[in-house]
Structure formats: structure tokens, C-alpha cells
Design a protein around this ligand. Structure first.
Ligand code: SF4
Ligand code: SF4
Length: 435
């Protein structure tokens, strides 16, 4: 039986990267952990431990301060030896508690006591999610408690969308997570559905991972809660950036229309976020580690690693055999949409799903030539923009009015003249937004 595939209506690219990792390696523990007080979108968490104090694994060390901020926990036991501070490439300041590993682990390698959650009301599940500092693990790092509270006054139908869309090889860590913790993804989805008061769950999967999707659905159908919360599967295309919220919603609205099925509002979460919800609610455990795809042309042995939050990038690259050359750019997140970092001692944070060290040849737009008017950039833009034209305007006008570019990088990737289209267009637009 052929399966209907729902895809974004325009643009996109088939994106592969020979320098993205395929193999998984088990966790390692760094001697020093750098645990930032900002691992979310808002203001920094307020530190509640001091230099010289000992902390336990999983202990609250920074208290979130209002909307956008989230609690921060120690990810290893040890002594707080100093505070570190640095600036991101955008000039934003961050601070961290540096913990030297000492003493025994409270949770690692120990049997865990599950907490029954099936009778908890949504408000209590939301409180636990806030207490354990859960944020979007594969996106911008918005606190989940904020997103849930935005939904609270709404009486519409809500659908939980579990985003298993792997349109980018740098999402290898999420595939590893789904395969290794499949049952937890499924139970975590039922918990998240309770938290957001969703009446149904839709797993959205890329066509190229349909076997994984079939396993998820089979597991979900056997869960005791399957009688109360319906679970469906929607298959989407493999093109990048299908996983982006805008493109995902467009594909789901087409499904809704075809199936004549009211999906209401969407609450979208990736598998890493779902598993973080599972750990918090079922085991009262904050986010201690995460799977990270580590690679890029300057990394000797690209791998998917299970990494403690707070591990420095330097240690992560060492675990992959080290760097072959001084990289031109280090990026947290996918090379296409990620955040460049200035310092190899920056740590892995809750939403660092990938880390890459790129040689000059792998960095787009470094050897710019003249536009040959091939039109490739126009054909791949999912928003329907004319990147060539926008780029020219940026060069002459300096800044752009908001045009809808969200920096997917498709145009820059396909440009035969290696013109830094996305870099200039997205940044110019961002500047205008802040004026
Ligand atoms: S980076 Fe912006 S202009 Fe380029 S393809 Fe993506 S949305 Fe379009
Ligand atoms: S892809 Fe590059 S060379 Fe082709 S039209 Fe766009 S800017 Fe010009």
C-alpha cells in the first residue's frame, strides 16, 4: 500500500554532509564541567551556590527568573571552583559555574525509582517540568513551562506533534536517541500530551525513517493510555528544512484538509524534549546529558556522543580523535542554521544537538564570485523569496525590512558562486528588527 507523503509546498534541498557522524559512542565524563546559567532564551538563572561549595549530581544550582528563564542543575558531583564568563558571537554575555568532578554520583549507574504520573493533573505535570528546567532541546531553548502556560487559557483542540523529521544529517543524535530510548519517547509523548491537554498525538516522521516511525506507532498502540489518547502517523518528505515549524505546520494543515480532520492548535516537540519530559516527570531527574552529533571537516572521527551538559567543546572534540586543522568556524547546531562560537571552551548546553568544526572549504561564502544569474537560490527558498535580489539590496541599502527569511541556508548552499546569501540577508534583516 502506498503511503501519502505530505511535503512543504515549495523549495528545500536534499541535504547530505559527508562530515556528519553516523556512529554512536558511549558517554564520557569531563574533569571540569562548565555549567552555564543561560541555557534558555531569557535572562540568566540566579546562582544559589557559591565558589568553594560542593554540589551533588542533579542539584539545583541556578534558579530561573521569570519568563524565558529556566532552572539550572549540576550535571556532575563536585566542587564549584570558579565562575566563568564569556560573550557569544552576537555580543551576549553568559556566565557559568565551573565544577571540578569529585565524589559519587547520585543517579549515574544507580537503579531509578519511577514516580507514577498517570493520575497527576496537567498543572502538576507542568510544575514538575518547570522545576526540572526543561527547555526545547532541539530548537531555540525556550522553557517548556512557558510554552505550556501560553496554551493554558486556550480551550481549542490541541494536538501534540512529536517531530521525528530528520531532514538534516546533523540530527543524527535524535535518531540515535529514538532508537535507544524508543519506549521512553512513547511514554514521554503521553506525559507531554497530558501536560498540554492534547486530545491526540501525531508522530510526524520523514519518509526515509519510516521503519523507525512504524516502531514508534506500534509501541504507542500497545501503551495502556492508547485507549484514551489517539495516536496517528503522518509521513513527510525528506527535503531540508521540512522540520522547521513553518514548513511542518504547512504540511500538517494539508494533511488536515485531506483527511477532513480538525487538528486544532499544535504543540510541537522533538524526541529529545519528549525524553527530557519523561525523565523529569517519571524519574524526577533534570537534563543531565544529551546525545550530540559531533563532526565537520576538521574533526578526525565524527561520532554521535552522549555528553554531560557542561562538557567543553574542546573535550568533545578530543573524544572524537581531536581536530585535524585549526577550524575556520565552530558551530553549535547544524552548520546550516547553527550558532557560531568564538571559544572552544564554550560548553554543551541543553539544546546543543550538534557541534561541528569546519575547515575553510566547508564554510560557504568564503570565496565569493560574481552572480551568474542561474536562479538556483530562488528555486530552493521555501519562503518564495528572491535571495539574489535581497542580497543586492543588502549590499546597497545595508539593512532590510523584515522579509520572512529565517536563515535556513538553502540559498547559500546551492549558490555556485559561493555568495554568502543567507549570512547577509538574515543578519541584515535581524539588524533591522533590533533597531
Ligand atoms: S536563508 Fe532566507 S532567503 Fe535563503 S533560502 Fe532560506 S529563507 Fe530563503
Ligand atoms: S544561486 Fe548564486 S549565482 Fe545563482 S542566481 Fe542566486 S546568487 Fe546568483
Amino acid at each position: 500500500m502506498s503511503v501519502k507523503v505530505y511535503s512543504m509546498p515549495r523549495g528545500g534541498i536534499a541535504f547530505d554532509d559527508p562530515f556528519a557522524p553516523r556512529e554512536f559512542e558511549t558517554a564520557f565524563l569531563p574533569v571540569f564541567s562548565v555549567i552555564p546559567l543561560i541555557q534558555h532564551t531569557g535572562t540568566k538563572a540566579y546562582p544559589i551556590v557559591f565558589i568553594g561549595e560542593y554540589v551533588k549530581e542533579g542539584m539545583l544550582i541556578g534558579r530561573g527568573q521569570g519568563v524565558g528563564s529556566a532552572n539550572v542543575h549540576a550535571t556532575v558531583p563536585g566542587k564549584v571552583v570558579r565562575m566563568a564568563s564569556w560573550k557569544t558571537i552576537d555580543g551576549e554575555a553568559n556566565e557559568a559555574l565551573v565544577v571540578r568532578l569529585e565524589g559519587s554520583f547520585e543517579k549515574l549507574g544507580k537503579p531509578e525509582m519511577p514516580h507514577p504520573w498517570e493520575d497527576l493533573p496537567p498543572s502538576e505535570i507542568q510544575r514538575i517540568i518547570a522545576e526540572y528546567g526543561i527547555v526545547e532541546m532541539d530548537d531555540g531553548g525556550r522553557p517548556l513551562a512557558d510554552l505550556l502556560s501560553e496554551l493554558s487559557p486556550v480551550s481549542d483542540t490541541i494536538t501534540l506533534v512529536v517531530r521525528c523529521v530528520f531532514d538534516d544529517p546533523w540530527l543524527a543524535a535524535d535518531i540515535t536517541l529514538c532508537n535507544s530510548r524508543l519506549k521512553d519517547v512513547v511514554e514521554g509523548a503521553f506525559i507531554a500530551a497530558r501536560a498540554c491537554k492534547a486530545s491526540r498525538i501525531i508522530y510526524v516522521s520523514s519518509k526515509n525513517e519510516n521503519k523507525l516511525a512504524a516502531r514508534l506507532i506500534a509501541e504507542a498502540s500497545q501503551h495502556p493510555l492508547a485507549q484514551k489518547v489517539s495516536t496517528d502517523l503522518v509521513i513527510v518528505g525528506n527535503k531540508y528544512p521540512q522540520r522547521n515549524r513553518r514548513e511542518l505546520e504547512l504540511a500538517l494543515r494539508t494533511y488536515e484538509k485531506n483527511e477532513k480532520d480538525d487538528l486544532g492548535r499544535f504543540f510541537i516537540a522533538g524526541p529529545a524534549t519528549i525524553v527530557a519530559v519523561f525523565d523529569a516527570v517519571k524519574f524526577r531527574k533534570p537534563i543531565l546529558d544529551r546525545y550530540v552529533a559531533v563532526g565537520g571537516s576538521a574533526v578526525k572521527e565524527p561520532k554521535v556522543l552522549k555528553v554531560r551538559i557542561g562538557t567543553r567543546l574542546r573535550d568533545v572534540f578530543d573524544q572524537c580523535g581531536g581536530l585535524t586543522d585549526a577550524p575556520e568556524r565552530i558551530v553549535i547546531g547544524s552548520p546550516l542554521m547553527g550558532r557560531a562560537v568564538l571559544d572552544i571552551d564554550e560548553p554543551i548546553v541543553k539544546n546543543s544537538y550538534a557541534v561541528s568544526a569546519l575547515k575553510k572549504e566547508q564554510v560557504g561564502g568564503t570565496v565569493e564570485r560574481s552572480c551568474i544569474d542561474c536562479g538556483e537560490c530562488r528555486s530552493v527558498c521555501p519562503v518564495g523569496l528572491d535571495p539574489e535580489e535581497l542580497f543586492k539590496r543588502c549590499k546597497t541599502e545595508g539593512i532590510l525590512a523584515a522579509c520572512g527569511c529565517y536563515g535556513c541556508g538553502c540559498c547559500e548552499t546551492v549558490c555556485p558562486s559561493r555568495i554568502p546569501l543567507k549570512t547577509i540577508i538574515y543578519e541584515s534583516q535581524a539588524n533591522r528588527r533590533t533597531v
